[in-house]
Design a protein around this ligand. Structure first.
Ligand SMILES: CC(C)(COP(=O)(O)OP(=O)(O)OC[C@H]1O[C@@H](n2cnc3c(N)ncnc32)[C@H](O)[C@@H]1OP(=O)(O)O)[C@@H](O)C(=O)NCCC(=O)NCCS
Length: 214
């Protein structure tokens, strides 16, 4: 509540509140605590995790929000990350941003596309890269240009530069377009040979009810 009251912009405050209500309500669906009872700690890079982990052993979650849109990914015994972006935001220097943050292979992929298709691919690559960074939990210091995504429909493959400390085979990636404005990517660690199945839900009612009850 203290953080909520520090927001000066009402939209940002509402989005922050919705993210908390969504996360706490979802945790209470799976664990035996009430929404207000969950406590969080953060790793050195700011990634929140459950302080009451014994209530839900192995549970992982990740939040992503843009003004007016909140998403929360939960899973068990695997690393995971999610990112959402508003793909209707026009970026005039799209290729310059890509050249700064993407790998050379991703920049080539983007530049080979007809100009009209470039914004969509830009957001696909952006959300995939962010969701992976978030799944690792160690922030941007990991080096955004040291791994490359290849998009195939709503899935993607990753290739790491030689010496990059990860194994591409342990991840699965998905892209979602939940409405006309947003694009979302998830990075999920595989457990065994099976890729995880993501069960989607609309959190509007959960958030509305949670705010009414608070
Ligand atoms: C902070 C960062 C983890 C995500 O930033 P973002 O995309 O602006 O924000 P999102 O809404 O997707 O995610 C924010 C949430 O991620 C979680 N988070 C914070 N630090 C995290 C970390 N190190 N790892 C994973 N999750 C983290 C938090 O729950 C946070 O929400 P909260 O503050 O309300 O609790 C980080 O990746 C970042 O600073 N990105 C900057 C954007 C950029 O330059 N991107 C280049 C893309 S190619």
């Amino acid at each position: 509540m203290a953080r909520y009251h520090r927001y000066l912009a009402p939209d940002a405050a509402r989005t922050f509140l919705a993210a908390r209500v969504l996360l706490r309500s979802l945790l209470s669906r799976y664990g035996s605590l009430s929404p207000t009872a969950w406590r969080f700690l953060a790793n050195p890079w700011g990634r929140p995790y459950l302080a009451n982990e014994e209530t839900l052993p192995g549970l992982r979650f990740n939040l992503s929000h843009k003004p007016g849109f909140v998403t929360c990914l939960l899973g068990c015994d695997r690393e995971l990350g999610v990112d959402v972006e508003d793909r209707t935001v026009e970026r005039h220097h799209l290729l310059a941003i890509a050249q700064r943050f993407f790998s050379p292979a991703e920049v080539r992929d983007l530049m080979e596309l007809p100009q009209l298709q470039q914004p969509e691919r830009f957001y696909e690559l952006w959300t995939l890269k962010e969701s992976y960074i978030k799944a690792r939990g160690v922030g941007l210091g990991l080096g955004l240009s040291k791994f490359s995504f290849t998009v195939r429909g709503n899935t993607a493959r990753v290739q790491f530069d030689p010496g990059f400390p990860d194994d591409a085979a342990r991840w699965s990636f998905q892209l979602f377009r939940p409405d006309g404005e947003h694009i979302m990517a998830t990075s999920l660690e595989r457990v065994g040979s099976e890729a995880a199945v993501i069960e989607k839900g609309d959190g509007n009612d959960v958030v509305r009810r949670g705010i009414e009850m608070a």
